[in-house]
Design a protein around this ligand. Structure first.
Ligand SMILES: Cc1ncc(COP(=O)(O)O)c(C=O)c1O
Length: 360
C-alpha cells in the first residue's frame, strides 16, 4: 500500500499537507461516519494525531484553569490526565450498566455551570458499557438547556460484536452541540497516530489554529495510507475480520473467567469494544492484588486510575483484544492464582493503631 501510494502520489505523499488534514482523507472520514448516523462535510472534520491529540486540542481550545469539566466515572484515564494538565476542576457523575446517570447529571447542572461534558457513550473505556438511547436523548437535552458542549469520545463503536447499534450522540444532536472525537487506532494502525474531530466549522477552524502551534499537521503519508484503506474497500474487509477475531477473544476471556474466578469476583459482558470491567471481592485489597499479579507476571489496569477521586468499589479492567486466545486463558489462570493468593494472605489491620511514630 505504501509503495503504491508513493508511486501514485509521488513526492506529494511526503510533503507538508493542510493542518486540517488531506482533503481526500477528510472526505473519506465523512463517508466513514455515515453508518454512525453522522453527516458532516469535510470542512467540519479536523484530522488529529490520534484521538489523544484531539482531547488535548479540545482542552487547549475550550478550557481555562479553574473551569469545571464533568466526566463520567469511571472514565478514560488518558482524558482525565489531559484535563488535569489543563488545571480544570473535574466533577464525576456515576455510571451504571446503561452508562452515565443523567439523573445525577441533571441535579449537578442545577448547581454548577460546567464548561464541558466529557463522555464515552459507546463501549466505554474502561467499563465497556453503552449509554442507552433514552439517556442519550436526556444528556443532549440537558446539555442544550444548560448550554454546555459535549465531547463524545468514540473510538470503539465500529467494534460491535452483538446487539443493535445505537446512533452516536452527534447523530442525535439537532443543536450542533456535540464534538465527536474518534480514531483509527482501535481498528487499524495505532502507530500511524490518526484520529479526527467532527464539529461545527467555526470550532474546527479554532482547533486547527491550535493544532498548527502543536504539530503543523498529522503525517501526510499515513493519511494517504488510511484514505487508501477506506476508499478501496480494504477497510470494510479488515473490520469484518477484526470484529470476528475480537469477538472470539472476548468469549475466550469470559469463559476463562467462569472457570477461574473466585467467589465474589464479578464482571460484565460487553457487546463490543476492548474491555471487561471486573469488581474485586471485598477481601481483596487492590494494592495487594497488584503485587501478587506482578509476581504472576499478569497485567491489568487497576480501576482507581479511572476515577477522579477514590473509587466507590474496587475494580480492575481486563483487555481481551491484544493477546491471542491461549495467552488470554493463561492470563486468567494467573489472575485467578493472584486473587486466591491475595485472599489467603494474613489480614493486616486487625490490631489497634495507637499513634503515628514520630519521624526523627
Ligand atoms: C476512549 C479513548 N480515547 C482516546 C484514546 C487515545 O487513542 P489514540 O490517541 O491512539 O487515538 C484511547 C486509547 O486508549 C481511548 O480508549
Amino acid at each position: 500500500m505504501q509503495e503504491e501510494i508513493l508511486v501514485r502520489k509521488g513526492p506529494e505523499a511526503l510533503l507538508h499537507s493542510p493542518t486540517e488534514g488531506v482533503t481526500a482523507f477528510r472526505e473519506a472520514i465523512c463517508r466513514h461516519m455515515v453508518p454512525r448516523g453522522i453527516r458532516s462535510s469535510p470542512e467540519e472534520v479536523l484530522v488529529t494525531s490520534g484521538s489523544q491529540q484531539g482531547l488535548d486540542l479540545v482542552a487547549r481550545t475550550l478550557l481555562s484553569p479553574g473551569d469545571v469539566v464533568v466526566v463520567e466515572e469511571p472514565s478514560y484515564f488518558g482524558a482525565l490526565e489531559v484535563f488535569r494538565s489543563a488545571r480544570v476542576r473535574l466533577l464525576g457523575v456515576p455510571t451504571d450498566a446503561d452508562g452515565m446517570r443523567t439523573d445525577v447529571l441533571e441535579a449537578l447542572l442545577a448547581r454548577q455551570q460546567p464548561r464541558l461534558i466529557y463522555t464515552l457513550p459507546t463501549f466505554q473505556n474502561p467499563s465497556g458499557c453503552v449509554l442507552s438511547l433514552p439517556r442519550r436523548r436526556h444528556l443532549l437535552e440537558l446539555a442544550w438547556r444548560h448550554q454546555v458542549p459535549i465531547l463524545e469520545d468514540d473510538p470503539y463503536s465500529d467494534l460491535r460484536y452483538e446487539g443493535e447499534a445505537l446512533p452516536s450522540l452527534k447523530a442525535l444532536d439537532p443543536y450542533g452541540h456535540v464534538i465527536h472525537l474518534s480514531s483509527f487506532s482501535k481498528v487499524l494502525f495505532p502507530g500511524l497516530r490518526l484520529g479526527w474531530i467532527a464539529a461545527p466549522r467555526p470550532l474546527v477552524r479554532q482547533l486547527a489554529l491550535v493544532k498548527q502551534t502543536v504539530d503543523l499537521h498529522s503525517g501526510t503519508l499515513g493519511q494517504w495510507i488510511v484514505e487508501g484503506f477506506l476508499s478501496g474497500g480494504l477497510f470494510a474487509k479488515h473490520l469484518g475480520a477484526t470484529r470476528a477475531a475480537y469477538r472470539r477473544r472476548r468469549d475466550v476471556l469470559l469463559a476463562a473467567l467462569e472457570e477461574e474466578a473466585p467467589a465474589g469476583f464479578t464482571w460484565n459482558r460487553p457487546e463490543g469494544g476492548f474491555y471487561v470491567w471486573c469488581r474485586l471481592p471485598e477481601d481483596v485489597p487492590p494494592a495487594r492484588l497488584l503485587a501478587q499479579a506482578a509476581a504472576e507476571r499478569v497485567a491489568y489496569l487497576p480501576g482507581g486510575a479511572s476515577f477522579v477521586e477514590e473509587p466507590p468499589v474496587n475494580s480492575i479492567r481486563l483487555n481481551f483484544t491484544f493477546a491471542p486466545e491461549e495467552q488470554l486463558r493463561e492470563g486468567v489462570r494467573r489472575l485467578g492464582r493472584a486473587l486466591r493468593a491475595t485472599q489467603a494472605e494474613p489480614r493486616r489491620g486487625n490490631h489497634t493503631v495507637v499513634g503515628t511514630p514520630p519521624i526523627v
